[in-house]
Structures are given as C-alpha cells and as structure tokens.
Design a protein around this ligand. Structure first.
Ligand code: NDP
Ligand code: AKB
Length: 262
C-alpha cells in the first residue's frame, strides 16, 4: 500500500484552507493544520479523523510572530512525511491606502508574502533533494487588478503569482510541482474580517466549488489555476504578451523615445 504524503495547510481553521483540509482528507492524506484558532482546528481535526480515518495534527501558530513561524518552518524542514504545502493563510485589506497604519501594512505584507515565501523556502530544499513534492500558493485575481483599489492586498497577491512562477522555474526540473491558485470573490470569512459585507458583492463563488476546481488544476499539474476565469485563452494571451514585452527589452541602450532631444 502506498502512503500518501501529509499535507500541511496554513489558514486551515476556516474558509478555503478548511475546505482544502476536508478535500485532502477525503483523498486519504494525513494533515497538519496551521492557524491561530486552536479550538476551531481541533473541532475540524476530530471530524476529519472520524469521517476520513486520516491522521490530523493541529499546529497552532500566529504566522506573523517570528517564533511561531520558525516552529512551522522547522516542522516543514524536519517532517519527511510532509509532501504537500498549501500556502493559504492570508488576510484582506481593511480600508484605503491612506487609512493604513505602519502596523497594518506590516501585518498584511508579512502574512500574505513573507510567510508563504519563508515556508516555501523551508520545504523546498527537502522536496528538491527528494525529487518530489508540491507547493500550492493561494493568490487572487486582485493581483491583476490595481483598478480595484485594494492596493496593498493586490500587490501581495501579484507577489504570490510571481513567487509561484519563479519557484516553478527553479524547482520544476527538480521534480517539485508548484501551483498558483487565483480565486476571485469566494464566500469565506475574509470579507467580514476585513469589514466588507459579502452581500454587497455582485457575484460570489461558494468555497467548495472553488477548492474542487483548484484541485482539478492540481491534478492536471497546472502552474496557474484561475477557477473563475471562463476563457482560458485570456491567461495564455497575457503570458504571451509578457514574453513579447521581454523580447523587446534591450539592455544596452534606452529606447528611441527616451533619447534626449538635441
Ligand atoms: N475569499 C475570497 O474571496 C478570496 C480569498 N483569497 C485568499 O484565500 C486565502 C484564504 O482566505 P479565505 O479562506 O478566503 O479567508 P478566511 O478568513 O476564511 O481564512 C483565512 C485563514 O488564515 C488564517 N490566518 C489569518 N491570520 C493568520 C495568522 N496571523 N497566522 C496564522 N493564520 C492566520 C485564519 O485562521 P485564524 O484566524 O484561526 O488564524 C484562517 O484560517 C487568503 O490567502 C486569501 O487572500 C483569494 C481570493 C479571493
Ligand atoms: C479582496 C479580497 O479580500 C478577496 N479575498 C479577494 O482576493 O478577492
């Protein structure tokens, strides 16, 4: 009998992370659940152990605290049974850019960018050495859309996409699968936590539909999975435009339009 890899999921106490936990448990994977709310994760763990007969470990951590983050990094480095990391923990932006405080900026940028990067960095050497493993990073379509006015949140999610693409370039050939999942508005607590009434949104995806779609992309080993994108060629076009732009970058000289006028 093959032993399925353990899945460590951050932000597993609610929403997308809790749903990933349920889906991976149904597939027979042992789990490590990470978030701050221990009681909530214990409840989920008890249910999943009973329903799916899998081992579920609860690792409480506030990932914005260095000591807690270091404990999760150590677990990823040392526990060879962990073969899938789901970097899902994240928070939305409350208020406009001019309303942010230094602390709120630090928290948002740390949780949404530093944490997934540090956790990926903790596990990547082991995965690369083993020639297998998967890193799933939860981004957002907001990372494509500065027009939405969620500037810091969107910037963190643009970072997550780039991080995933770069990790794929560096680790893909070593047998490590990297997936960026980009949801749009999904029915979870992130909205109320950031002070937005979800009922004011024109359209919202149910969280089960989002995660099931993300897992279709995972099973296909897609690098970028955008469940709410109905015309896949839009992504291909954006990627081709990006590569076209790069082919017109010449390092030696400034473009004609920037040559000083005599
Ligand atoms: N819902 C949506 O519309 C969309 C969500 N996303 C992304 O999906 C991901 C999951 O969010 P979603 O499920 O929607 O929202 P939730 O608010 O339901 O989940 C966020 C999770 O992150 C955990 N978390 C928050 N802060 C910390 C922290 N400091 N340390 C550790 N864990 C923390 C929370 O648990 P706890 O409070 O117990 O710590 C919770 O489990 C995020 O990265 C989000 O940006 C992307 C696009 C759309
Ligand atoms: C803007 C949000 O907070 C949302 N989670 C999203 O990424 O769409």
């Amino acid at each position: 009998m093959t032993t399925l890899p353990t899945v460590l999921i951050t932000g597993a106490s609610s929403g997308i992370g809790a749903t990933y936990a349920e889906r991976f448990a149904r597939r027979g994977h042992p789990l490590v659940l990470v978030a701050r709310d221990q009681a909530r994760m214990e409840l989920l763990a008890t249910r999943l152990r009973a329903e799916a007969q899998v081992a579920v470990d609860v690792l409480p951590a506030d990932l914005t605290q260095q000591a807690d983050l270091a404990r999760v990094e150590a677990r990823l480095r040392e526990d060879a049974s962990i073969g899938i990391l789901v970097n899902n923990a994240g928070m939305g932006q409350s208020g406009a850019f001019v309303q942010q405080s230094p602390d709120s900026i630090d928290r948002l940028v740390m949780l949404n960018t530093t944490v997934p990067t540090r956790l990926a960095a903790a596990v990547a050497p082991r995965f690369a050495q083993a020639g297998q493993g998967a890193i799933v990073n939860i981004g957002s379509v907001v990372g494509f859309a500065p027009e939405l006015g969620m500037t810091i949140y969107g910037a963190t999610k643009a970072f997550v996409l780039f991080l995933s693409q770069g990790l794929h370039v560096e680790l893909g050939a070593k047998g490590v699968y990297v997936q960026a999942v980009l949801p749009a508005a999904t029915r979870t607590e992130i909205w109320s936590r950031s002070g937005v009434d979800i009922n004011t949104l024109p359209e919202v995806m149910e969280v089960g539909e989002l995660v099931d779609a993300a897992l279709v992309g995972f099973d296909r080993k897609e690098l970028v999975t955008i469940p709410p994108l109905h015309v896949a060629q839009r992504w291909d076009g954006l990627n081709q435009a990006r590569q076209g732009l790069m082919s017109d970058i010449r390092q030696a000289h400034a473009a004609e339009r920037y040559q000083p006028q005599a």
